[in-house]
Design a binder for this molecule. Structure first.
Ligand code: SAM
Length: 281
């Protein structure tokens, strides 16, 4: 364990700053911590941006927008190469907090198992061979018939960052239904997406990210970027994800539109936080 982390552990709880100060202190300590594992830049296949800075940013969103707790049992769907997991090691309780990450890409899972689990045994990673045109074209499991290998009501918090931005709508529906099964009542999903609202569709502000020149795909809810492979960036009609969450037994408690459409926001993709409203029966 790093010297920095040991110093943090030794600070008595009574002198720790409260709430927002505490979050800021945590995020800056993640950013300063030279001992946190970090993959080689050329093996990071999960998107551009600084690996550590993006992870720290999302840890802040999970806590502030999602209400993530130290003792949460977390499922990270499409965990990639641990960009969300690495900062979570500094937040989830070592004894009671639990993290499970799944992804179809073997290299990312192997890196996480090698560099995260030995120091944090409450962090588990599993490869699931789900087919995906770009990430896992030879995959044996269809995303349209997916059953995740976990018991009903097992999780408090599910993460899907930059996942539905790469999935066709029928697979999004299967995932949301699975999340409805896996979350305990009151448990939460934190999901990012591209919601193609009128502002984004018309590039009303003229400031939309130029890489995301979405065009509607026929009569369906999907928007694709004509110059890119279809699943490189997927947007959805405004309302599609809200309706799908509702059908899965989840109620959106946060819907925060992101800066990709050209409007001010402290996050790039759109963010949904949705709560499981079931009785647990
Ligand atoms: C843009 S990356 C985001 C990774 C990670 N969530 C993050 O934010 O760092 C998309 C991830 O989705 C994974 N993926 C692709 N198809 C998937 C599927 N059907 N189910 C779960 N994950 C999938 C890819 O392997 C990749 O790791």
């Amino acid at each position: 364990m790093s010297e920095i982390a040991l110093r943090q552990e030794s600070v008595p709880a009574t002198v720790l700053p409260a709430s927002e100060d505490r979050v800021q202190w945590l995020l800056s300590s993640v950013l300063r911590n030279r001992f946190l594992p970090q993959p080689a830049p050329d093996s990071v296949f999960v998107g551009d941006g600084d690996f550590k800075a993006v992870g720290a940013e999302f840890l802040g969103h999970f806590i502030r927008m999602g209400g993530l707790q130290h003792e949460s049992r977390v499922l990270d769907i499409g965990c990639g190469i641990g960009r969300m997991a690495v900062p979570l090691t500094q937040y989830l309780d070592f004894e009671k907090g639990r993290y499970s990450g799944i992804d179809p890409v073997e290299g990312g899972i192997a890196w996480c198992r090698r560099f995260i689990t030995p120091a944090y045994p409450n962090f588990a990673f599993q490869r699931v061979d789900i087919a995906h045109d770009l990430y896992n074209p030879q995959g044996k499991i269809s995303g349209k018939a997916l059953k995740l290998p976990y018991a009903d009501r097992h999780f408090d918090f599910v993460i899907m960052t930059s996942i539905v931005t790469h999935l066709p709508p029928d697979e999004v529906l299967v995932y949301l239904s699975e999340i409805g099964r896996l979350l305990r009542p009151g448990g939460r999903l934190f999901m990012t997406a591209f919601v193609v609202d009128p502002v984004a569709a018309a590039n009303e502000t003229g400031r939309r990210d130029p890489r995301l020149a979405f065009e509607r795909d026929g009569d369906g809810p999907c928007w694709f970027v004509p110059d890119l492979p279809r699943l490189a960036a997927v947007g959805f009609d405004d309302g599609f994800l809200d309706g799908a969450l509702g059908r899965a037994g989840l109620t959106a408690v946060v819907k925060s539109l992101g800066s990709w459409r050209g409007q001010a926001a402290d996050h790039y993709q759109d963010v949904f936080v949705a709560e499981h409203r079931g009785s647990g029966a």
